[in-house]
Ligand binder design. Structure first.
Ligand code: FDM
Length: 178
């Protein structure tokens, strides 16, 4: 009441392997919520538009050499630099549908062999999602889809390790879709 926004937006996170269909499902969900008249925005991580995001993007697409810990912290910093805007949007009643978040951060780095607890640490203090939707797909199935193999992590063996790490993080609050 009183003209204030008294309903916080929801933080909805979609997670899964490369080529699992997250991006498609994110835009469908955004359209659906828009259709209900809800204020909603599509977000994604990494956000490649920032300075940190540009470093990440070049790491993913070319041969820029960065050690695994540094890359991990850059991905996390990329979420931290958007944290305050995220909080404002949610407070003002905007629902955010986010394509990847901390779970990608932890899973992809732990899949390289980094300690999972070390990977989780810089994520502490970021805004907790209200819903995590995990799109479950066999890595072999994802590998058959178009565009696979262009970026650094799009390799079958590595995606299998990522899937394993997601399964360690997954808990009963996640909605797992096949
Ligand atoms: N990725 C994504 C990470 O390794 N850590 C992260 O924190 C995030 C958000 O970056 F292979 C990986 C996952 C993926 C790659 O993601 C780029 P998009 O969704 O293809 O842009």
């Amino acid at each position: 009441g009183n003209g204030h926004v008294d309903k916080r937006g929801a933080l909805i996170v979609l997670e899964g392997l490369d080529r699992c269909g997250k991006t498609t499902q994110c835009s469908r969900l955004v359209s659906f919520l828009e259709g209900k008249g809800l204020p909603v925005e599509a977000w994604r991580f990494p956000d490649r538009s920032t300075n940190i995001g540009k470093i990440i993007s070049s790491y993913l697409t070319d041969n820029s050499q960065l050690d695994d810990q540094t890359v991990h912290l850059l991905f996390s910093a990329n979420r931290w630099e958007k944290r305050w805007l995220m909080e404002n949007k949610l407070r003002n009643g905007t629902t955010l549908v986010v394509d990847r978040y901390s779970y990608s951060g932890v899973s992809f780095s732990a899949a390289k062999g980094l300690d999972i607890e070390w990977c989780k640490a810089p994520e502490q203090g970021l805004i907790a999602p209200d819903i995590v939707v995990y799109l479950d797909i066999f890595p072999e199935e994802a590998a058959k889809r178009g565009g696979y193999g262009i970026e650094r992590y799009e390799q079958l063996e590595f995606q299998g390790k990522v899937a394993h790490c997601y399964k360690i993080l997954c808990n009963s609050s996640w909605k797992v879709l096949f």
